[in-house]
Design a protein around this ligand. Sequence first.
Ligand SMILES: [Zn+2]
Length: 171
Amino acid sequence: MKWRPIVIAGLAVAAVAGLIIWLQHARLVGHWLQVHTGTVNEPGPYYGFWSGFGSDLEELGILGAAGATIYSLVRKYNCHEPGCWRVGNHPTADGRFNLCYRHHPDFQGRKPTHELIERLHREHLERQAAIHSKLQEIHQQLTGTPGAAGDVHSPGAPAHNAQAAGDHQTE
Ligand SMILES: [Zn+2]
């Protein structure tokens, strides 16, 4: 279980909620004082509830939704290594995991240097080229031996074609 992102997201939401409640509460206390000291002429003691603290319940709902969104974003973008809270913006080779530089197997726990990026890029291209040539080899084996058969046929074919063309011209 990854508890750190949950705790961090929870604390962030609680801090924002606490700040807003505190600000609202300061206003509310002022309002309460106004009602009870008779400076505001309101029809009942709870008339101001839905326009005062009651409206904060709605804000708490919005905050909850915002918190859930932040949490899901954290879940989506943070490192998939258990217990790691860094941003994981380095996908693994198969693309199933997003890891931070510390936990990505290619980077060996260090920030990728320019040399490492260049080396990995070169290695990737070499691997791609190797795979490509291997595939071509397999393809040639499947479609018939290319070297010998091709060499036997190719000199004969143009000659035959030339002869055919000549024959065609004489007709
Ligand atoms: Zn990590």
